[in-house]
Ligand binder design. Sequence first.
Ligand code: ACM
Ligand code: ZN
Length: 430
Amino acid sequence: MPALELLRTGDGAPESYRLDVSRTKITLTAPDAAGLFYGLQSLAQLAGHHGRRIPAVTIVDAPRFGYRGFMLDVSRHFRDKEFVERQLDLMARYKLNRFHWHLTDGAGWRIEIKKYPALTDIAAWRPYPDWEGWNFGGKRYCHRDDPAAAGGYYTQDDIREVVEYARALHIEVIPEIEMPGHAMAALAAYPSLGCLGEGYEVPSVWGVKEDVFCAGNDSTFRLLEDVMTEVIDLFPSEYIHIGGDECPKVRWKACPKCQKRIRDEKLKDEFELQSYFVQRMEKFLNGKGRKIIGWDEILEGGLSKTATVMSWRGSAGGIEAAKSGNHVIMAPNTHCYLDYYPTRDLENEPRGIGGFLPIEMVYALDPYEGLNAHEREYILGVQGNLWTEFIAELDHAEYMLLPRLAAVAEVGWSYDRKDYPDFYRRMASL
Ligand code: ACM
Ligand code: ZN
């Protein structure tokens, strides 16, 4: 008789499992491969605690939310694929199932696009070893062959490898390609697609003088659609994240092409122009069978019914979106920004971006706050975000992640039966 039996049964919630450990036998049943996988994670955790003398238990378990995510920013500091795969291992251990890969931003473009080689010949490299030097030293980029070049990118083969590695761990990888703001690296490579056109200048003040994709230039959409065509080939995910956050409107206000677009499309202002931009890209992606996620700014200027909102400026955007019938992922900076300081002991903390997010606060997230029973159905789940402006070193990244990401995971899996003292005890005895 086998000591361990895995059984696929016909019924039960997705990703659920039942684990029975008796004196002579371990039986694991689940309706799908993901459920069997999560049952094995629980068994491994029991074995981690108890060694060969696994206690006799029956565990009947299912996740609260279908979307349990982690976001890694690889633009501000590039991480190699081995580091990414190590985080995927960690996610699987905590039964997280969505890896949001923040692949492009002002500080660097990190994905090979065959049709636009300058994105990785130039936009992936800066003549500064870290983000601070870049951000406060002129925000310049350089050619990959420059002796001072620092940075990097994933080849399409790297991407395929990571996506497959994740798939085997029941994790879906969701790529993010930022637009219309947070795009300076791409515009350094293709300046004609910014509102400043060929007269691209190095911005001097963060967030004020930055250039953005020109919404009045059809070539912008041609490039972004071509990029998305390659992205879709690489990522089989249900969702593609199009960014949408923090797009300054000063360039669009001063740009004749953008102003003409506003008139031609009978838009009210630059916020509706942003909405035009996002909806145009959404239509393209929907036509390829994909849905979009955007940061909560995509609510401004009007949102299509089918876009999913990722709430980051607190939970307000997510609440508004759920009330209007849009799907929502809760990643509020108040509870989910893992780049914030975990303690107030700043003398001993590695230097960071600011903020204060102790693990109790992560654990206290209520993704349903402010929503009635009907509106709650629009909450797909939760996500922890690691932005990396000030996180150059690998051990710093892992310090910021753990154990707070485990708290995110428990909110996502066990929201209806959370118990902080018990969580604390389990973390302390790991
Ligand atoms: C964000 O933190 N700007 C999404
Ligand atoms: Zn423009």
